[in-house]
Design a protein around this ligand. Structure first.
Ligand SMILES: *[C@@H]1O[C@H](CO)[C@@H](O)[C@H](O)[C@H]1NC(C)=O
Ligand SMILES: *[C@@H]1O[C@H](CO)[C@@H](O)[C@H](O)[C@H]1NC(C)=O
Ligand SMILES: *[C@@H]1O[C@H](CO)[C@@H](O)[C@H](O)[C@H]1NC(C)=O
Length: 471
C-alpha cells in the first residue's frame, strides 16, 4: 500500500485501478505483498542418516533395521544404502554446497544405531557424539540453522529383534532414553527438533517390508498399534523436553507427518466429503492426538466398526488411557509446530460403494492399510513423487492450520526425477520447487498462517527406499 503513494495517474485506467486498490481494506494483502517472504523464514534442504551417510558400520555404528532390511531383501532392493552419498565422510563439502546455494536451514537426522549401537543408553558411542557435534557446528559455520530429526526409520536392528518393533511399548521407553541423550548432548545447539519422522509412513512401509522379506512376522492389523506407539513416544519426548531442557535450551519440538492432501474431484459437495474423510483418516489420525488429545471421532468410529465387522476382538485403533491423554494435551498441545512432508495431493470422489477405493497404483501402495478404512472414498489420481500440484501447499496449509493452529514447517518437498532430466531440470524440478515455495509463501501471507521454514528433499542424491538411486 505504501508504495502506491507515489503512483502518478498516467491515464484513466491507471487512476481507476489505483482507486480500486486503495479502497481495499488495509488488512487484505496485495499481490506483491503475497509473495514477500515472511520475516525470519528459513529455506533449506534435507538428508537423513540412513539414506545419505553410508559408512554403515564405521566408527562403532551398528546395523539399523533399514540396513538389515535393504541388505537382506535384495529381490526388492536392487541397490543398498551401505555407501549411499558418503555423507558421513563428505558432509563438510556437502554443507559448503548448501551454503553456496544460499540455504539458511539444514535438516538432517541422527542415526540411532550410531549413537547407541546396542540400543542401550548405558553404551553410547563417543565417536558418534563427536561426529554429530562437529556436524552441527559445520551447519552453523555455513550460516544455517540445524533442524534435527532424531529418528528417520533407522533404529538399531538389535532393538527390532528384541522387541519386534514399534508395536511393542518397549520401543517407546527406548526412544525416550535415546531422545534424552540427544537433548543432553546436542540440545544447547539446536532450536528445532522433530523426534520421529512421519510415523504414519514408517508404520505403513517398514513393518510390512520386514514381513514380506521374511525377516519378521507382520500382522496387517497392527498398523494403528505401531502409529499409536510413535505418537506416545513423541508426546513423552515433548514433555521431557519441556520439563527438563526447555528452560535452558529454548527450542521447539514438533510432530512430523506425511500428508497427501486430498481435494475433491468436483464441486459437488459429495466429493468434498470424500476429501474430508481422506484427510481426517490419513493425516488427522497421525496428528490429532498431540493437539486434541485423542484420535479424530471419525477414525475412532469407522475403525472400531470395521474391526468389529472383521471379527476382531478389539479395535485395530488402540485407546489412550486417561493418563496418556493428559500427557498428549497438558495445558496445551505436545507439539510446537506441525512438520509436513509433502510431495503431491490426491483427487478423490465420493462413491456409494464403501470399499471401492479405485485403482490408483500409488494410493494402493502407499496408503494401505488406512485407505481400506476410508469408506466411500475413491482415489482418482495424484500421489506421485514427480507431480507438480499447484494447489499442494495451499491445501496442506489450510487444512493443517485450520485443524491445529500451530506454525508449520515443511520438512520435505521434492521431485523425483523419474524421467531422467538430470541437471537440465529447469522445467521439471526447478519449476516444482518454485511453484511450491511460491504457494507456501502466498498461502501463508493470504491467510496469516505462520510458517517457519521450507526444506527441499533432498540436498544431495540419496538412497530412496523403493527406488534406490533413481529419481
Ligand atoms: C516387547 O519387548 C520386550 C523386550 O523389552 C520383550 O520381552 C517382549 O516379549 C516384547 N513383547 C512382544 C509382544 O513382543
Ligand atoms: C471428476 O470430475 C470431472 C470434472 O468435473 C468429471 O467429468 C468426472 O466425471 C469426475 N469423475 C471422474 C471419475 O473423473
Ligand atoms: C464395491 O467395490 C469393491 C472393490 O472395488 C468391489 O469388489 C465390489 O464388487 C463393489 N460392490 C458393488 C456392489 O459394486
Amino acid at each position: 500500500m505504501k508504495s502506491l503513494a507515489g503512483v502518478v495517474c498516467f491515464s484513466i485506467i491507471t487512476c481507476v485501478s489505483w482507486a480500486f486498490v486503495v479502497s481495499v481494506p488495509a488488512n487484505v494483502p496485495q499481490d506483491a505483498d503475497l509473495n514477500k517472504l515472511p520475516k525470519g523464514f528459513l529455506i533449506g534442504a534435507g538428508v537423513s542418516a540412513t539414506q545419505a551417510e553410508g559408512s554403515w558400520k564405521e566408527d562403532g555404528k551398528a546395523e539399523s533395521v533399514i540396513d538389515h532390511l535393504v541388505q537382506n531383501y535384495r529381490s526388492m532392493y536392487a541397490e543398498t544404502n551401505e555407501v549411499s552419498a558418503e555423507h558421513y565422510k563428505y558432509y563438510k563439502e556437502d554443507l559448503a554446497l548448501a551454503k553456496e546455494l544460499g540455504l539458511t536451514s539444514h535438516r538432517f537426522s541422527i542415526s540411532w544405531s550410531r549413537i547407541f549401537p546396542t540400543g542401550e543408553k548405558s553404551n553410547p558411542n563417543p565417536k558418534a557424539v563427536t561426529f554429530y557435534k562437529d556436524y552441527i557446528q559445520a551447519i552453523k559455520d555455513n550460516g544455517m540453522k540445524p533442524f534435527v530429526t532424531m529418528y528417520h526409520f533407522d533404529h538399531p536392528f538389535s532393538l527390532e529383534k528384541e522387541t519386534g518393533g514399534w508395536t511393542n511399548t518397549t520401543m517407546v521407553e527406548k526412544f525416550v532414553e535415546y531422545a534424552e541423550f540427544l537433548f543432553e548432548q546436542f540440545g544447547n545447539e539446536v532450536e528445532y527438533w522433530s523426534p520421529i519422522n512421519e510415523g504414519n509412513m514408517y508404520c505403513i512401509y517398514v513393518p510390512p517390508e520386514l514381513g514380506a522379506s521374511g525377516i519378521e512376522h507382520y500382522d496387517p492389523n497392527s498398523f494403528y498399534q505401531c502409529l499409536h506407539n510413535t505418537i506416545l513416544a513423541h508426546a513423552r519426548v515433548y514433555r521431557l523436553y519441556r520439563e527438563k531442557f526447555y528452560a535452558k535450551q529454548n527450542g521447539k519440538v514438533g510432530i512430523s507427518v506425511l500428508m497427501w492432501p486430498a481435494t475433491p474431484n468436483s464441486s459437488d459437495y459429495k466429493d468434498t466429503v470424500a476429501a474430508d474423510i481422506f484427510n481426517e483418516l490419513f493425516s488427522g489420525t497421525a496428528v490429532d492426538p498431540v493437539v486434541h488429545g485423542d484420535y479424530p471421532p471419525l477414525s475412532r468410529y469407522v475403525i472400531d466398526k470395521r474391526s468389529s465387522e472383521q471379527g476382531l476382538k478389539s479395535s485395530r485403533l488402540p485407546h489412550f488411557t486417561e493418563e496418556e491423554k493428559a500427557l498428549l494435551v497438558n495445558g496445551g498441545p505436545s507439539s510446537d509446530f506441525v512438520a509436513l512432508n509433502l510431495y503431491s495431493g490426491y483427487k478423490v470422489e465420493y462413491v456409494a460403494n464403501v470399499s471401492d477405493h479405485g485403482n490408483n497404483l500409488m494410493a494402493n501402495m502407499l496408503l494401505q492399510p488406512v485407505l481400506s478404512d476410508m469408506e466411500h472414498v475413491k482415489v482418482l489420481s495424484g500421489g506421485t513423487f514427480d507431480l507438480l500440484d499447484k494447489d499442494l501447499m495451499r491445501t496442506a496449509l489450510l487444512w493443517s492450520y485450520n485443524r491445529y493452529h500451530l506454525p508449520i514447517i515443511i520438512t520435505e518437498n521434492g521431485y523425483g526425477d523419474r524421467k531422467g532430466h538430470g541437471i537440465h531440470d529447469y522445467e521439471s524440478r526447478a519449476e516444482y520447487h518454485r511453484a511450491n515455495i511460491g504457494g507456501l509463501v502466498r498461502t501463508s501471507n493470504e491467510f496469516n498462517i505462520p510458517i517457519i521454514s521450507y526444506h527441499a528433499w533432498s540436498l544431495i542424491d540419496v538412497f530412496e527406499f523403493s527406488s534406490g538411486y533413481e529419481g
